[in-house]
Design a protein around this ligand. Structure first.
Ligand SMILES: Nc1nc2c(c(=O)[nH]1)N[C@H]1C(S)=C(S)[C@@H](COP(=O)(O)OP(=O)(O)OC[C@H]3O[C@@H](n4cnc5c(=O)[nH]c(N)nc54)[C@H](O)[C@@H]3O)O[C@H]1N2
Ligand SMILES: Nc1nc2c(c(=O)[nH]1)N[C@H]1C(S)=C(S)[C@@H](COP(=O)(O)OP(=O)(O)OC[C@H]3O[C@@H](n4cnc5c(=O)[nH]c(N)nc54)[C@H](O)[C@@H]3O)O[C@H]1N2
Ligand code: SF4
Ligand SMILES: [Mo]
Length: 726
């Protein structure tokens, strides 16, 4: 046979001379893959590979991880602090001293004039846990504002809230190894193959060996839906009804684990009578899945022996986000599927370190999952830090989604943004620019000098990026992994940790407190502060973490190499040790398609891009896949509207409008479109973002729009350039 490369030139693999390999953990998604970055003799990162003996990724990486080292050379990195001085429209380069002095004095001025809480801090899920811990100490102990939150309110807040309501504490009970033991996987509102490709690879490996049923609940025919045994194309925002109906069938047909309910839960009676009202026939009318199918999936789940549920933003980002999480926990409690191999409620986390901020940043509480509401926790932390306890508020302040309206109302006058880009990521984003421009003082701390928010900032602080500093991340399965410094930060950019410590030094209120200076010292402090807590790090060290390729907390004297699962003993974090079954009535309370705005607008992600593209938009090997904003639209709908493939159209909501390319695909139903979240001045101009009452997380996935055909395509492209959506 004369095909193939046999008679062609031999393939030459480019040789990249690597002097040393540096162990790190990927800085994109919460899968937490171990990466080794190859550095050449000149100290330049030239290549990367997955770590073969790391349990998480077993040598694999997705395309973002493979090209991550290219961020070190990316354009528009901030290399020097900037300050608006004499001309308010002009930034000038300045020294760190001047930038930090100005920041400290403005914080002091605003707090003296308008009160402590008039200065707000919004951080991220993407810096190291040592940095979160230190920021928490600075925010709670020194700056003492209670309006301190993170972008995790846009992301994991509903999961946190649901875990707390059901189990008495945050903390995902399961792990990736559960795929090896489960008898059924229910995946709700998660597009694992694109958003967590290596967790998907772990699942697929287990599935190929054992063929357990996979049920995917998603209004869109995602890559995950395509491989599932059963795909339930649910009506947007109605998952709670499906889950109540599944519990209804499981109880009705005697598939529940009565012993587990009796010994490990409270509230069964009220829960039972609520779900009794949610028959599959009733649910069919609300969520568009046939009663027969609901019975079928409930039976598969109830009969599986061990069954597990995973979910991501399709649940969290809705007005029933927190309730949806509690409903998943309810389902797993009544079937005895918590903390056992293959039986779990495993929220798939978003950002690389969204877990680290939950454990240690003190945004919504105090370090080590301590609560502001608990006097003992306040007393412990105040003593540990050397702050008087009365400085701590007795409940958390505003979330990110409530901070922006408070700025608009004039109650908050100063803001510090750290590692987040709300002008692109917040709902109703045209409003966000106006709101930021209302501030008396805005300081932006970001790795890139051209993030949109910098345009409204008074001070810009250039931060070192992933791999330019050392610290730890916690992944979806509670695994703490270390990111070693690979290269030096560019110019005068500094690690966030350094910036926090230097800023603390500029406040008299920091007297009597000590701020550990090196990441390893901060890590030691975190080990002692978490000793005896659920998220116990006391048995860890950087060396041990690297040797084990990550360690799952709790890790202490009893569990020296960490713990795969929590709640295996059925003892939860409420005083009586029992979990709560909570009745959840469903109320329709979000925007619904009507005559004026007839289509659902669904939003989400693409495998090649990361959020607001500050990183992936600058990496050619990623950006090439989708450099232009687009929408997915069903070919039948396009035909009705007279829209051709790859034509520019205008999408209009009650908030604003955006221009996108039309991509015709049956992934979306005839009454819905999908637009990725990654582009500036695009989908979030349209999104309403109604808030969940418990978590204050926005419903990014349920807004409504209409679509206008554009006659002048050249004009459309020009406006896209003006809006800088490209
Ligand atoms: N490539 C890449 N990976 C990422 C990220 C990234 O930006 N790029 N970001 C990371 C972060 S921070 C996060 S939070 C995760 C998010 O990870 P995912 O949540 O998996 O991603 P999304 O695309 O936001 O949304 C998932 C799915 O929810 C579906 N959905 C919409 N409405 C509903 C509904 O009413 N019910 C149900 N059941 N489903 C619905 C959407 O159709 C979509 O397929 O990804 C992480 N991984
Ligand atoms: N329509 C719609 N909108 C959404 C979503 C959706 O599904 N649909 N999802 C929401 C979710 S789940 C999330 S998590 C948010 C994400 O929203 P954002 O957090 O606003 O988005 P990112 O682009 O990740 O912003 C991170 C910023 O931190 C900077 N950065 C990176 N590393 C470092 C560092 O080490 N230090 C510092 N100081 N800066 C750093 C980056 O340059 C970037 O500007 O978006 C939300 N918005
Ligand atoms: S799956 Fe997530 S953690 Fe792993 S390489 Fe890809 S982006 Fe990084
Ligand atoms: Mo997220």
């Amino acid at each position: 046979m004369l095909f193939g490369r046999r008679f062609k030139n031999e393939i030459q693999l480019p040789v990249k001379p690597v002097e040393k390999w540096v162990y790190t953990t990927c800085g994109y998604c919460s899968t937490g893959c171990s990466i080794e970055v190859g550095v050449n003799q000149a100290g330049k990162a030239v290549t990367a590979r997955g770590v073969a003996d790391a349990d998480v990724n077993r040598g694999k990486l997705c395309l973002k991880g493979i090209y991550e080292y290219e961020v070190f050379e990316s354009e528009n990195r901030g290399t020097t602090p900037l300050l608006r001085k004499d001309r308010p429209d002009l930034f000038t380069e300045t020294t760190w001293d001047e930038a930090l002095n100005r920041t400290a004095s403005e914080i002091g001025r605003i707090q003296a004039l308008y009160g402590r809480d008039s200065f707000a801090i919004v951080s991220t899920g993407q810096i190291y846990t040592e940095e979160f811990y230190t920021l928490g100490k600075l925010a709670r102990g020194v700056i003492r504002t209670n309006n301190y939150d993170g972008n995790t309110t846009l992301c994991m807040a509903s999961a946190v809230s649901g875990y707390k309501r059901s189990f008495g504490s945050d903390g995902p009970p399961g792990c990736y190894d559960d795929f090896e033991h489960t008898g059924c996987l229910l995946a709700i509102g998660s597009n694992l193959p694109e958003q967590h490709p290596i967790i998907y690879y772990r699942l697929k490996e287990a599935y190929d060996r054992r063929r357990f049923p996979i049920i995917v609940v998603d209004p869109r025919v995602t890559m995950f839906a395509q491989m599932a045994d059963i795909h339930l194309p649910i009506k947007p925002g109605t998952d709670l009804v499906l889950l109540n109906a599944m519990a209804h069938v499981i109880l009705e047909e005697g598939l529940a684990d009565q012993d587990y309910i009796k010994f490990h839960t409270n509230g069964f009676e009220a829960f039972g009578s609520l779900v009794a009202q949610y028959s599959p026939e009733m649910a069919e009318k609300v969520c568009g899945i046939s009663a027969k199918m609901i019975r079928k999936v409930a039976r598969i789940y109830g009969d599986a022996g061990a069954a597990m549920t995973i979910w991501t933003m399709g649940i969290n980002q809705s007005t029933h986000g927190s309730d949806g999480v509690v409903a998943i926990n309810n389902l797993n409690l009544i079937t005895g599927n918590i903390g056992k191999p293959g039986g779990t409620s495993l929220s798939i986390t978003g950002q690389c370190n969204a877990m680290g901020t939950r454990e240690f940043s003190s945004c919504s509480g105090l370090p080590g999952y301590r609560l502001l509401e608990n006097a003992e926790d306040r007393a412990f932390t105040s003593q540990f830090w050397g702050v008087e306890a009365h400085h701590f508020p007795e409940k958390r302040g505003l979330t990110e989604t409530d901070i922006f309206p408070a700025i608009e109302r004039g109650e908050i006058k100063g803001l510090w943004l750290i590692g987040t880009n709300p002008m692109t990521s917040m709902p109703d984003s045209t409003k966000i620019r106006k709101i930021l421009n209302q501030l008396e003082f805005l300081v932006v701390q970001d790795a890139y000098a051209n993030v949109e928010t910098v345009e409204s900032a008074h001070v810009y602080l250039p931060a070192a990026l992933w791999g330019e500093k050392t610290g730890v991340f916690t992944n979806t399965e509670r695994r703490v992994n270390v990111v070693r410094k690979v290269v030096e930060p560019p110019g005068d950019a500094k690690p966030d940790l350094w910036i926090f410590i230097e800023l603390a030094k500029r406040f008299d209120r920091a007297k009597g407190m000590t701020f550990a200076e090196s990441p390893a010292e901060v890590f030691d402090e975190m080990r002692s502060v978490s000793k005896g807590r659920l998220c116990d790090y006391s048995g860890m060290s950087y060396e041990k973490i690297e040797k084990n390729r990550g360690i799952q907390w709790p890790c202490n004297e009893q569990n020296i190499n960490g713990s795969q699962r929590i709640y295996a003993d059925g003892v939860f974090q409420f005083p009586d040790g029992k979990a709560k079954l909570i009745p959840l009535p469903f109320v329709e309370n979000y925007e619904m398609p009507d005559e004026d705005y007839p289509f659902w607008l669904n939003t989400g992600r693409l495998v090649e891009h990361w959020h607001t593209r500050t990183k992936t938009g600058k990496i050619g090997n990623l950006n090439k896949f989708s450099p232009t904003p687009f929408m997915e639209i069903n070919p039948k709908t396009a035909k009705k509207l007279g829209i051709q493939a790859m034509e520019f159209v205008r999408v209009i909501s009650r908030r604003s409008s955006a221009i996108v390319l039309a991509q015709l695909t049956e992934r979306v139903s005839e009454d819905a479109i999908f637009i990725p979240m990654h582009y500036y001045n695009c989908v979030n101009r349209l999104v309403k973002g109604e808030l969940d009452p418990y978590s204050r997380q926005p419903a990014y996935k349920q807004s409504t729009v209409r679509i206008d055909k554009l006659m002048d395509q050249d004009e459309a492209e020009k406006s896209l350039l003006e809006l800088r959506s490209y």
